[in-house]
Design a protein around this ligand. Structure first.
Ligand code: ADP
Length: 449
């Protein structure tokens, strides 16, 4: 709307300047004839000439204006208003015109156009005097008023049109947003249908982004539910076993002490298992928490890994498994010692657990300018190809019964992965069934919150 309003001033200003220019050209053309006669008649040097007087009067009355002739002494020798004759006139315009420059002045406020034109004697080549002619310009003013009315009418129509289009367009443009809002409100309730807003690109993109978010939320919700049901199931299994063991003891009369002992040992084992699941779950929950629970310190990684191996050596020894650390350089990095220790323990422990008697686990530590790398290699049973992408999931176990036998909860690698990701690192697995498994971990030396 602003350009439409501004346009009016531009149109009117342009009209006025054009009209003035045209009028000035017309005046100048008509004056030219009279000027020639004046120059020829020695009128400027004092000779009387009725014909010139007549011509000048005609010219003045034709435009209802005023004509003044000034001679080379700046004295007014003719004024059609008969007011200023014999007076001397010296003004900027007059002086400039004597030097040969015409001037045209348009006085918009008082509505008149004034021109000063030199009277030149062509033969002598000098300026004998000047003619000042001023004419009223009511026609320009009237033209301007007329044009102004027309433009105003057009403006009003345009403004109405713009308002109408804007109103209509905004209604159409905002309609999809109404639907988005509706859908967002529905998410809080039961309706979680995908959005489809093909109205125009922007809303289409918005809808797509929204649908992606919806999908992620659904996936998160599914995974949360699965996690809860897994947790309940895992926690229930040991309790069910204990219940069965206890019931069978209670159901029998005169149970021998040996049987009691045996069953009690089984029950104690189940309690240990329950305990392990709960402590693993707690570790996992802690890993999932945001940075508030992180204690980053400059840590000697060689020492950290040596300590992990030292703790696990007795377990490895029971199955005659060789545990070797190969470290190339001293490594210091900003890490959360507890969490990284847990992550490393899980990897090495798995290497021992899923190994054959008399096998080996090799751990190597390496470093470059930005990262340190830990490689845990074992000579164990390996992980089937199709299982490799799942092993980091919570409660996932390749062989449930075997894992259970050796005390696995299916949470170890999930904890390890969370710990590595918390340090903005990466973990990868390479494995061949029957030959062995290699886990590689890469962690930045500097911690970035
Ligand atoms: P678990 O407590 O059962 O060991 P993890 O999350 O540590 O759970 O591991 C998930 C599964 O991945 C294990 O049950 C096992 O089947 C497989 N796995 C992990 N590490 C190894 C390994 N070094 N060699 C062979 N299989 C492994």
């Amino acid at each position: 709307m602003i350009p439409v309003l501004v346009m009016r001033y531009a149109v009117l200003a342009n009209y006025v300047s054009q009209a003035v220019e045209q009028k000035a050209q017309l005046l100048e053309r008509q004056c030219q004839q009279i000027l020639e006669q004046i120059a020829d008649s020695e009128y400027m040097h004092g000779s009387e000439s009725e014909q010139v007087d007549k011509l000048i009067d005609q010219m003045a009355s034709l435009y209802s204006g005023r004509v003044i002739l000034v001679n080379s002494n700046f004295r007014i020798i003719k004024d059609t208003y008969d007011i200023d004759e014999d007076k001397v006139i010296i003004s900027e315009e007059v002086l400039l015109t004597f030097q040969g420059t015409n001037s045209t002045n348009y006085d918009e406020e008082n509505q008149f156009l004034e021109m000063t034109i030199p009277i030149t004697d062509e033969d002598a080549g000098e300026t004998d005097g000047i003619m000042i002619i001023s004419v009223p310009t009511l026609d320009i003013a009237n033209g301007k008023t007329g044009l102004s009315t027309t433009v105003l009418q057009m403006q009003s129509i345009l403004l109405l049109l713009i308002l109408g289009v804007a109103f209509y367009a905004s209604r159409i443009l905002t309609r999809p947003f109404g639907r988005i809002t509706q859908s967002l409100e529905d998410v809080a309730g039961v309706n979680d249908e995908e959005l489809s807003i093909p109205d125009y690109t922007e809303t289409q993109l918005l809808a797509e982004a929204y649908n992606r978010m919806l999908k992620r939320m659904k996936a998160q919700e599914d995974s949360r539910q699965e996690f809860v049901s897994n947790v309940s199931h895992e926690l229930k299994t040991p309790i069910t076993s204990m219940k069965v063991l206890a019931d069978s003891l209670l159901a029998q009369e005169d149970v021998p002490v040996e049987l009691y002992k045996e069953f009690m040992a089984d029950i104690a084992e189940e309690i240990d298992r329950e305990n392990k699941i709960i402590s693993d779950l707690l570790s996992l929950v802690k890993m999932d928490k945001r940075s508030s629970d992180v204690h980053i310190e400059e840590t000697n990684i060689n020492q950290l890994i040596e300590l992990v191996l030292k703790r696990l050596r007795p377990i490895a020894a029971t199955r005659d498994i060789e545990l070797v650390l190969e470290s190339f350089k001293p490594v210091f990095a900003e890490v959360d010692e507890t969490k990284l220790t847990l992550a490393m323990s899980n990897l090495v422990e798995n290497g021992i657990k899923y190994n054959k008697a008399g096998g080996w686990v090799h751990v190597s530590l390496n470093v470059d300018t930005r990262y340190f790398y830990v490689k845990v290699e074992d000579s164990g049973m390996g992980i089937p190809e199709e299982a490799q992408e799942h092993i980091f999931e919570r409660f996932y176990r390749v062989d449930k019964s075997h894992s259970r036998e050796i005390g696995g909860t299916g949470l170890g690698l999930a904890i390890t992965r969370s710990a590595v990701l918390m340090h903005h690192g990466a973990i990868k697995v390479y494995s061949k069934e029957g030959e062995g498994t290699t886990f590689t971990v890469r962690i930045p030396l500097k911690y970035v919150p």
